[in-house]
Design a binder for this molecule. Sequence first.
Ligand code: MLT
Length: 350
Amino acid sequence: MVNKATKPTDALIGHDAWNIQLDKNGNLKHFLTTEGLGSDILTNILDTAESFANINEQSVKKVPLLRGKTIVNLFFEASTRTRTTFELAAKRLSADVLNINISTSATSKGETLLDTLQNIQAMHCDMFVVRHSDSGAAHYIANNVAPNISVINAGDGSHAHPTQAMLDMFTIRRNKGADFGKLRVAIVGDILHSRVARSQIHALNTLNTGDVRVIAPKTLLPVDIESMGVNVFHDLQAGIKDADVVIMLRLQKERMKGAMLPSEQEYYQLYGLTEERLLAAKNDAIVMHPGPINRGVEIDSNVADGSRSVILNQVSYGIAVRMAVMTMTLGREKSGDEDTQKNETAGESK
Ligand code: MLT
């Protein structure tokens, strides 16, 4: 748990928060949210990932781009896909990787998050990949680490999951081409608790997607969702009509307070994606899901395993996109300030 005195607050993810993502030269220093980043940066991530996707398909998958760098996976919340693909991405770039298991670390013995961070950064690492159940945790860490360290948000509460959103954009671009303006993208399910949906909506709008739709019962939508620039539907078939891309989301029960749904069966009756319902989308529509999938709750097995599903491609592309973000943030030309402060920090911790 985050110590009370250091608990991230919503103020940390206010509208100025994205400013800390860029260095003085406008390069990506931290990757905390897709919100507020320009289409040039997002497109650069996709283009860089393209070259890594090719490397990942070769028999020798390793390149020396981050040799000598140390990347620390700091996961305060469970994860399989995200943590392992971050680890593989770092290893394929030849970085050294440290996985810190927070449930057995000193943080669980009462050490504050800040103390834990200071101890790890005294080991001279270059990047923290952070997952935390509190919204704002990654911003908090980025605001408090030594200036030479980059922070990548691997999911914070229901706020943001920017690398997931970018691997989703990559999957869309690979399947539907680079002109997002022609596309109708439908996101279905528990939007209210989904950090993935938030990050996807910001990225889709920045990439000028023609029509971004969300489809959910009223209880699973944030009240101000229209202000994010989406069209809202409560009926699944009306919402996915003529869609090019259908993104299904899991019911995130661990974040629900009280009963928000009558039952999973009833949810499936109304919002579960079956082959029959998918007929409403375009003939060549692709079906995506960030995982973990719940078969028979938000998606039928025939759809999840069917020819339109690109769910496993998303996982593979996740490695390439994370390699792209790691090289962009760590491969920057460092500003003089960062170098000076890095030397001072190194001197202090000797
Ligand atoms: C997440 O970490 O948010 C996942 O990728 C999506 C989910 O948990 O449903």
